[in-house]
Design a binder for this molecule. Structure first.
Ligand code: MN
Length: 133
């Protein structure tokens, strides 16, 4: 057994996020585990840029009200207790609603040795995209 002490929270970088987003790593499993778990806290209006995950992603909303969208789909409201699964390679974004904080767990797996990056990142979500509801 190993107890890992709490590390400082990290601000989400401006290249990948709009607004104030804070990340805490929970688990970055050592091989053979490829488990990746983070807690991500979004201020109202904050969101990820468009991105995809090589092995998909499960989000579990633990607090507040958020928005999620897959490329070509509708912007969908999610609330504490909701779970969102994004399949491998599907482009999407997630964030807080305009006037609510949102916190989610992010559950992913690393792609495995020599299989490229865990995620790919593209453009920021514009205000028009964010407000298209
Ligand atoms: Mn994602």
């Amino acid at each position: 057994m190993e107890i890992l002490p709490k590390k400082p929270s990290a601000k989400g970088p401006a290249e990948r996020f709009t607004g104030d987003v804070w990340n805490d790593d929970v688990v970055a499993g050592r091989e053979p585990s490829r488990m990746r778990v983070n807690v991500v806290r979004f201020a109202p209006g904050a969101r990820t840029a468009w991105h995809s995950h090589a092995v998909g992603q499960t989000l579990h909303v633990t607090e507040g009200i958020g928005l999620v969208q897959s490329r070509g789909g509708e912007v969908v409201v999610v609330r504490a207790g909701d779970t969102v699964h994004t399949p491998p390679g599907e482009w999407h974004w997630h964030g807080a609603a305009p006037d609510h904080f949102m916190t989610h767990l992010s559950l992913r797996e690393g792609p495995g040795e020599g299989r490229g990056p865990e995620s790919e990142w593209a453009d920021h979500v514009t205000d028009d995209e964010y407000n298209a509801r």
